[in-house]
Design a protein around this ligand. Structure first.
Ligand SMILES: [Zn+2]
Length: 557
């Protein structure tokens, strides 16, 4: 933490135009939740903010497709998204909506402040226009070829292949998504943010963020080398936050200018709910706040360059301390996609399986340094061979043994031998290594070190053969079980950020009165005679038929 006394964590605002899929979870939400859970366990002052992004063209396109209003769409998906997060154990301190009035106020305030500070310029320009539908086609209303890499089917504002963000008029071979026809260029007036004026300050900002992930720094340096340009921050749209000026009828604030401000308005809402409306300022305006954004790599431009520029431009705000952006989780070799229905949907997963196996698999496979792949076969194998056979088995065999032969009470620990010493070292290392991994956003390593302790526990149990020493050396047998239980206590703590539901169950088996917290990790103080609860199976094996069913769903989509 260093100079920081509090942390504000955000995860990218999901679009309220569809349910969540596992690609969203792997990139922006699970890594954020794991980091926040670790900090909460340590008792650190941390607030976790999110909400749905309810404006923008993807929402209006979904509405048109389904013959509904944009409001219908967002009202339908907000509770579905919120419910999926809850059930997966992604726990935000506040989960807001950008259609809430507090967000409109915040976004309009930023717009006016930028105008006042001469950071906006009003310009006439040409935009794509659909003569048949008689409307302008901002952003994703057009598709075409990427001006950077030539990828066909690039979105109107961004290429998913090379990551480039552009003005939609730069698109080659544009097609209107409304009529399927080639649009024409037509004059309109918009407000542009003088993004170029932030070039030097942003370069200095990025240069000081030496410990950021390479992918984030490299993307930013590439964009800065090209030189930043003015960006239009308004659009001709019906659905969005109105430009708060008299001469701006029909003009809305561009979703990418206002959506990131949702972090601020959601924090304001949180403070109001806490009964201390000015509390949000402590988290956004104090130098000793650490601001961290969890995002996928497609969001780097707006979080590492545009949002910092907006915070600098407004003035008085803290800037990002870190942006641990992740690469993509792919499915059958290609990126998951809401619009193409190429996904494993979270709400469907949660109907079929418990939350922790998915959390575990997505953490073990986190796309931290490069894109990774999800497959149902890997899901089954990690659930059965790792969670059930290693972690679940060690805990279950230890607790059932104690219930069977020691009356369900922690057995007495006698003289420790070399093998006990090795296990103690494993316990200590697991605590320090998982702690290091959690605090540096390395969830893959955290999973590995957590499982290393479970493996060490199983090995210890096997080598000490308590089923034999029970008859030949009861003191040795008791010590073996005592030590196994001590390591299970640490496992419960270090597993908590990754598989919180399981961790709570293990804590309950151990019948401990303290609430689970990080200080308990590595503390081998379970007292002889302490009564334990009867364990239940932690991870059910997943059968081939269950996997086939999911595979079929995927092929059918
Ligand atoms: Zn491209």
């Amino acid at each position: 933490m260093g100079k920081f006394v509090r942390t504000l964590v955000t995860s990218a605002l999901p679009y309220a135009n569809g349910p969540l899929h596992i690609g969203h979870i792997a990139g922006a939400y699970l890594p954020g939740d794991i980091f926040v859970r670790y900090n909460r366990l340590k008792g650190n002052d941390i607030v976790y903010i999110c909400g749905t992004d309810e404006y923008g063209v993807p929402i209006t396109i979904s509405a048109e497709k389904e013959g509904k209003t944009p409001q219908d769409i967002v009202d339908h998906f907000y509770p579905i998204i919120k419910d999926s997060f809850d059930k997966l154990g992604i726990i935000f301190d506040n989960f807001s909506r950008t259609s809430n009035p507090i967000h409109t106020e915040t976004a309009q305030d930023f717009f006016l402040k930028f105008l006042e500070k001469d950071l906006l310029v009003k310009r006439e320009s040409e935009q794509w226009y659909d003569p048949e539908k008689k409307m302008f086609l901002p952003d994703r209303y057009v598709t075409g070829s990427c001006p950077e890499c030539g990828h066909e089917g690039a979105k109107g504002d961004q290429c998913e292949v090379c990551g480039k963000w552009y003005e939609s008029v730069e698109l080659k071979d544009p097609i209107s998504l409304l009529s399927g026809k080639t649009p024409v260029l037509k004059k309109t007036t918009h407000w542009y943010m003088k993004f170029n004026e932030f070039q030097d300050r942003l370069k200095e900002f990025i240069d000081t963020r030496k410990d950021w992930k390479n992918n984030v720094i490299n993307y930013c340096k590439g964009w800065l080398d090209e030189g930043l340009e003015e960006r239009a921050i308004t659009r001709d749209l019906d659905w969005g936050i109105p430009v708060p000026l008299d001469d701006a009828e029909g003009k809305k604030i561009y979703v990418w200018f206002e959506a990131v401000l949702g972090y601020i308005s959601s924090t304001k809402e949180w403070a109001e709910k806490k009964g201390d409306p000015s509390l949000w300022e402590k988290y956004w305006k104090s130098e000793d706040t650490r601001l961290i954004h969890f995002i996928g790599k497609d969001n780097i431009y707006f979080h590492a360059l545009m949002f910092p520029a907006m915070l600098m431009g407004y003035g008085g705000y803290v800037l990002e301390d870190d942006i641990p952006a992740n690469e993509f989780l792919n499915l059958k070799g290609s990126k998951l996609s809401t619009s193409r229905n190429h996904a494993v949907w979270l709400h469907e997963y949660l109907e079929a399986f418990p939350p922790d196996p998915l959390r575990y698999i997505l953490a073990a496979n986190a796309p931290e340094g490069k894109d990774t792949e999800f497959s149902w076969a890997d899901f089954q194998s990690k659930n059965n061979n790792e969670l059930a056979d290693i972690l679940g088995n060690f805990i279950h065999r230890t607790l059932t043994f104690v219930h069977k032969y020691f009356d369900g009470k922690v057995p007495v620990q006698s003289k420790l031998n070399k093998s006990d010493g090795v296990l103690l070292t494993h316990i200590e290392e697991a605590v320090s290594k998982t702690g290091e991994a959690f605090s540096t956003f390395k969830v893959r390593n955290a999973v590995k070190h957590m499982m290393d302790l479970a493996r060490a526990g199983n090995k210890y149990f096997n080598e000490n053969e308590p089923w034999l020493t029970r008859k030949s050396d009861i003191e040795r047998c008791a010590t073996t079980l005592n030590m196994s239980l001590q390591s299970i206590k640490t496992l419960a703590v270090i597993a908590a950020p990754i598989i919180p539901f399981t961790s709570e169950k293990i804590w309950k088996f151990l019948n401990l009165s303290e609430t689970l917290n990080w200080e308990q990790a590595g503390v081998t103080d379970l007292k002889a005679g302490h009564v334990l609860n009867i364990p239940e199976v932690l991870f059910k094996k997943i059968e081939d038929e269950q996997i086939e069913e999911q595979e079929q769903k995927l092929n059918g989509s």
